[in-house]
Design a protein around this ligand. Structure first.
Ligand code: C5P
Length: 222
């Protein structure tokens, strides 16, 4: 492999994608949001009433799901079978179901395979839960992000409020705790820190500080 792979993992709403995007921009790497892929699968399952206990239905649904990322100005659009679902997948009703869907073995196998393909032959920054442990165990740089629960909930609440979703702080705290629990206790590639990951606690760091710390790690490894 002669491309450079940066894996950024951590709990929900720790600021992974903000750091990942800034880093990709700075280094001219391709940013891939693996969580968006699980969210798109969740949207497809909900729309098509897929029974999460029906393995056959899940397998055939997965064959009909095609996910693409396309640049849209400075942003990234996510396409589910050619439909732009960038906004829809951030809605709370998706967040409420995504961890259940992501815990399904067949879903993970399909997504991991796609993610590995996306990371072939080009320099990437991929954020998620299992990127440094399962998707790219040989990543050139692994970052594990944490932040205290209050900071995370406030971040998430502000994001949702900005989009006009009427949720309470309580809803947000419950959803984060629920996802963290399922994500870290599932059987198939649970969220955990890779042994060789650099830990970044961003509870008290601003975006520029976070980026500088990660860039320093990159310089050491490139
Ligand atoms: O990153 P984001 O919070 O958008 O991810 C949504 C959900 O997708 C997570 O809570 C987790 O259940 C799942 N996920 C995963 N593995 C990844 C990325 C996300 O299981 N690599």
């Amino acid at each position: 492999r002669n491309n450079f792979v940066i894996a950024i993992d951590g709990f929900s709403s720790c600021g992974k994608s903000t750091v990942a995007k800034a880093l990709a921009k700075k280094l001219h790497f391709v940013f891939i949001d693996s969580g968006a892929m699980y969210r798109a699968v969740t949207l497809f399952f909900l729309r098509n009433n897929i029974d999460l206990l029906d393995t056959d239905a899940i397998e055939s649904a997965l064959e009909n799901i095609h996910i693409d990322f396309v640049p849209d100005g400075g942003k990234l659009q996510i396409l589910l079978n050619d439909e732009d679902v960038t906004e829809e997948i951030r809605m709370m009703y998706i967040s409420d179901m995504v961890s259940e869907v992501s815990a399904i073995k067949e879903v993970r196998h399909a997504m991991v395979a796609q993610q590995q393909k996306l990371g072939k032959r080009r320099n990437i920054v991929m954020d998620g839960r299992d990127i440094g442990t399962t998707v790219f165990p040989d990543a050139d740089l692994k970052i594990f992000m944490t932040a205290n629960p209050r900071v995370r909930a406030e971040r998430r609440f502000a994001e949702l409020a900005a989009k006009g979703e009427t949720v309470t702080m309580e809803d947000v705290i419950d959803n984060l705790a629920h996802r963290d629990h399922i994500d870290s206790t599932r059987e198939e590639s649970p969220l955990r820190q890779a042994d060789d990951a650099f830990v970044l606690d961003n509870s008290t760091l601003d975006q520029e500080q976070q980026l500088n710390i990660v860039l320093e790690q990159y310089e050491k490894r490139k």
